[in-house]
Design a protein around this ligand. Structure first.
Ligand code: CTP
Length: 402
């Protein structure tokens, strides 16, 4: 998908700048031509000579340098590129881009650029969380042509743990590919369930599971990047920051069902990734239940099956949404997944061996088999975003979008 594409890479001044080299090399390995611009701060972390060697071309570092401007000026870069990637997009760079400033090699060429832009933020967690950064993000997210990848969460170079890591190389590349399939799902409405549900026993106790919603949000991010109108019905997973698509927050299976049933008939695709709690306490105490010595018995009743109920409702419709399920299994993965596909009347099911290394709850990667109602199977593995991209590669042609 990147063969012959011309990509401008603007390198910002953060510790993750050293990863720009690998990124440029991977873009070229996939067939793209790359030209690099660097801020002054970026050159404190990685030299223009390194980026020149890896990109195979002169690097724009100073738009006041007459020699550079003559050979390869900021306007030339802006006119030449099919897409512009900024990495790492530091807090300072995001602020300057938001304000429309043009005061270094990256911001001048970016401001003059008319095509799709991918920003890959990376910074300290506190800087990411700062209201000024979040305000800038909200403005940029609402800016047409501007897309984001990351930041990822995890340990940061400065010892903090949280959001602020530059996304993995595979996710960055997937983000760039997304820029070129931007219109693939244009006009399509995508409904997704994600995260766990929480079923209360009393005001302070509940039944739930460790789902983080990461897989569902990755499915949403890729669909959004490909131009779909996305709604995610999201269970309790804590703060997910500002997202560029609609998020409906719910807590219980009943609330998830209600939110889905309102929307499923007008959707083109319904993807159920949520780990819905299968049971809830039969009685919910209005007050905190006091503990006593000895065993306690809790009577559980079944919660609604959101996917099954939605599927039953739309099956007879003249135009029904494509139905995609996920099957979390620990053994006999394919056989159980096929059973669910048939029982729930699905078009596709993503079978997920949650006991495999690099798969399951909370991790950033996944290993799956995507099974079609026609009996087809296809393996996919990698980051959750890569797996999501493979899923949309399969779903898009079924929607008449290839
Ligand atoms: N699902 C749902 N509502 C439920 C249970 C499951 O919408 N109450 C959806 C999930 O989002 C997933 C699919 O159904 O897309 C399969 O979920 P899974 O938990 O693997 O299967 P179950 O049907 O719950 O079967 P079991 O727990 O017996 O494996």
């Amino acid at each position: 998908m990147l063969q012959g594409k011309k990509i401008a890479v603007g390198v910002g001044g953060g510790i993750a700048a050293y990863k720009a080299g690998d990124f440029v090399r991977e873009l070229r390995r996939q067939g793209a031509t790359v030209k690099v611009a660097m801020t002054k701060a970026a050159q404190e972390f990685i030299t223009p000579l390194t980026m020149q060697s890896l990109s195979g071309d002169a690097v724009l570092t100073d738009y006041f340098d007459a020699t550079q401007e003559e050979k390869f000026g900021h306007l030339h870069l802006a006119r030449w590129a099919d897409a512009y990637v900024v990495l790492p997009a530091t807090a300072d760079l995001l602020a300057r881009i938001t304000a429309g400033m043009a005061n270094d090699a990256v911001t001048t060429s970016l401001l003059a650029f008319r095509g799709p832009v991918l920003l890959a933020p990376a910074m300290n967690t506190a800087m990411w969380d700062h209201p000024a950064t979040q305000r800038n993000l909200a403005v940029l997210r609402a800016t047409p042509r501007t897309h984001f990848v990351g930041p990822a969460s995890g340990p940061l170079a400065d010892g903090d743990v949280g959001a602020g890591r530059l996304s993995d190389l595979a996710d960055l590349i997937e983000g760039v590919r997304g820029l070129f399939s931007g219109a693939q799902l244009a006009g399509k409405k995508v409904l997704i369930t994600a995260g766990p549900t929480r079923e209360a026993m009393d005001p302070v106790r509940f039944i739930s599971n460790p789902s983080t919603g990461k897989m569902g949000l990755a499915v949403a991010e890729v669909a959004h990047a490909r131009g779909a109108a996305v709604t995610v019905v999201l269970g309790p997973v804590g703060d997910v920051g500002s997202l560029p698509f609609e998020v409906v927050r719910v807590t219980t299976a009943d609330e998830m069902l209600e939110a889905v049933m309102k929307r499923v008939e007008s959707a083109d695709v319904f993807v159920a990734t949520a780990a819905v709690s299968d049971w809830r306490p039969q009685a919910v105490s209005a007050q905190k239940a006091k503990k006593s010595e000895g065993p306690q018995t809790l009577t559980l009743v079944r919660t609604p099956d959101v996917l099954m109920t939605a599927s039953t409702k739309v099956q007879a419709n003249a135009k029904r949404p494509l139905l995609v399920g996920f099957a979390a299994e620990t053994h006999d993965v394919i056989a159980y997944a096929r059973g669910k596909l048939t029982r729930k009347g699905l078009d596709l099911i993503v079978a997920n061996d949650v006991s495999a290394a690099g798969a399951g709850f909370g991790v950033d990667t996944n290993v799956v088999t995507i099974i079609g109602a026609d009996g087809s199977t296809q393996g996919a593995q990698g980051t959750k975003r890569e797996v999501a991209a493979r899923l949309w590669d399969l779903v898009a042609p079924k929607l008449g979008a290839s």
